[in-house]
Design a protein around this ligand. Structure first.
Ligand code: SAM
Length: 340
């Protein structure tokens, strides 16, 4: 099975057709993905599994850590450029635009952009899409309080289902994909996802993409291995989630959080490393998973891009870069792109 398949499990269909009241959880939804990942060699678990209510809460804590520069820096770029971005999207569409955000989470950064769109066009519609119902609830209630000019329609959906929902609408869309989440995908899968976005944009839509840049390791590594151990808890939550939802028997103290830089592939990798030889039962799957000491489960990749590589990926997906915005240190970039 490819990484793309694991990031887009067919088992999400039921949840994607539902509403934000549905939780993406339970044996039917995550069981096949966990079975597939823990019976493959090497063992892997896809990053969307981090994000149940506990994981989404831990991710919010990560975004506030001093070591976790991506949220802070991406937000600072948005704060200085949101007006320009809003005007570009509206001018390209030739009419008011709605925002469809993939993996929106709590959408706190997106609120900066939504405010700028409201300033330009009086109101807007926001379609935050995410696999975490808890994160969508947080986004919806905060926006209702703080930015009532925005009409919010949450979509409990994996990215392809969210894009399919976008294609059914008549609005001119600004598709937003922040937090360097594209970097969770291997290049082939990332290009497929970009092509799917391209197909959703139609002739008048725009993409706003946030991606992380290569930078010194003394900045990169602590962002994925902070001194308070919040990222370690976030990583281990995937095992805790398997215990909660699938009757798993993981002892979290027998796994360590590992973050490494893979120079060849230009990516940070997060792993969970078994500290001993052990066999872990997952009762609801009727599975016993054997680990050797030091054996790892690969839980996340986070690719770091330069502009040339992104441009190649855009071009293969039928997109063209319109412009790029950076912070002063060039740690993070926001790219506006549209159909080529
Ligand atoms: C790293 S967080 C980023 C949140 C927010 N966009 C930001 O920039 O802070 C990734 C978000 O994407 C969601 N997510 C992860 N994989 C997903 C998938 N395959 N489909 C839809 N949402 C996904 C998670 O639930 C989480 O809220």
């Amino acid at each position: 099975m490819t990484e793309w398949d694991r990031n887009d499990p067919a088992s999400y269909d039921a949840a994607a057709r539902g509403t934000a009241e549905l939780e993406v959880s339970g044996t039917d939804i995550i069981g096949p993905v966990v079975r597939d990942g823990l019976t493959s060699t090497p063992k892997t678990l896809p990053p969307f599994l981090f994000y149940d209510a506990v994981g989404s809460g831990l991710f919010e804590k990560i975004t506030k850590l001093p070591e976790y520069y991506p949220t802070r820096v991406e937000r600072s770029i948005l704060e200085s450029r949101a007006g320009e971005i809003a005007r570009m999207a509206i001018s390209h569409a030739g009419r008011n635009v709605s925002v469809l955000e993939l993996g929106a989470g709590s959408a706190t950064k997106t609120q900066v952009l939504l405010r700028a769109l409201v300033a330009e066009q009086g109101a807007t519609t926001f379609l935050p899409a995410d696999v975490s119902g808890a994160a969508l609830d947080a986004a919806e209630s905060r926006l209702a309080r703080e930015l009532p000019e925005v009409k919010v329609h949450p979509l409990l959906a994996a990215h392809p289902q969210a894009l399919a929902a976008g294609r059914e609408r008549d609005d001119a869309l600004l598709v937003v994909f922040l937090g360097s989440s594209l970097g969770n995908y291997d290049e082939h899968s990332a290009i497929e996802l970009l092509a799917d976005i391209r197909a959703t944009l139609g002739p008048t839509g725009s993409l706003l993409l946030g991606t992380d840049a290569v930078k010194p390791l003394d900045v990169l590594l602590p962002a994925y291995d902070d001194s308070k151990g919040v990222t370690a808890s976030f990583n281990k939550n995937v095992l805790a989630r398997i215990n909660r939802e699938l009757g798993g028997g993981f002892d979290l103290d027998r796994f360590g959080h590992v973050a490494v830089w893979n120079e060849e592939l230009s990516r940070i990798e997060m792993h969970l490393e078994s500290s001993v030889d052990q066999v872990v039962p997952i009762d609801d799957l009727g599975l016993e998973v054997a680990f050797e000491a030091k054996e790892r489960i690969h839980t996340e990749s986070s690719y770091k891009y330069d502009t040339a590589r992104l441009d190649r990926m855009f071009s293969q997906a039928g997109l063209a870069r319109e412009c790029e915005f950076y912070d002063p240190e060039h740690w993070f970039r926001l790219t506006m792109a549209r159909p080529a």
